[in-house]
Design a binder for this molecule. Sequence first.
Ligand code: SF4
Length: 294
Amino acid sequence: MEVILGKLAGFCNGVRNAVEKTEELLKNRDKIYCLGELAHNKQVIKDLENDGLIIVDDLNEVPNNSEVIFRAHGVTKSVYQLAKEKNLTVYDYSCVRVIKLHEDVENMNNNGYYIFLFGDNNHPEVIGTKSFANSEEITVLKDLKEVDSAINNLKKSNLNKLYICAQTTFSLKKFDELVSIIEEKLEKNNNDDNIEIKINKSICEATEIRQMETENLAREVDFMVIIGGKNSSNTIKLYEISKKNCKRAIHIETKEELENVDFSKVSKVGVMAGASTPKKSINEVIEYLNKRSM
Ligand code: SF4
């Protein structure tokens, strides 16, 4: 059995930066707080917790005057404010791309643009980004079903300029589909008052390229192994792509989950991992598969 590892398997730059800097900090202190899980991966979190990382869901749980880490997903505007009030020392490891999106949303909204943000309303990155616009002047939407109500919200706001952007991990294909439907509907509805539209494809290419590589690899092999947290949205997406393009696919967090898998009829196995999956887990799986193929 041939084992092929995708070139882009594992940590993206944003997550790698946050994890490596946190590991550095923990070398010379007993504990440090982190708002939310640093990476959607149980193994990574367990190792960091053993070294002193304390994960909290709410900044109010962090004692005043202590140190706190903000993860790659970014945080809301009010969290920055609360950190100031509590006199916290903040290590802000929000991904540079997420910070740029916050700045763009804030600037465009200040300049009179209504914001359409494509993404998942419950995702921490979206919750953070949303907070940088006036709540009456932004709508989060993720599929065609939500386009009409988003346009209604835009009309109600009386703004005649629209800024369209997306969660950094949003699908590029879906982005283009939604934009063309919105443009079409606005053109039809508009009559006299034309709405000026500015589009920012704020999607991180790391995500797109990894998805494309997964699709190509899945077509080439007869079994795909996707490694990553079961709660990691980008890993779930890789698994969905694999199922669509390959006869067999499995989503695992650790190599132990492969023990009962029958590889007897498999000649080529492809391995891919999500953006929060550490090298250690990937290497363990590769080693295990190589052993099974002997
Ligand atoms: S996927 Fe891209 S935008 Fe998101 S944290 Fe990673 S590098 Fe940053």
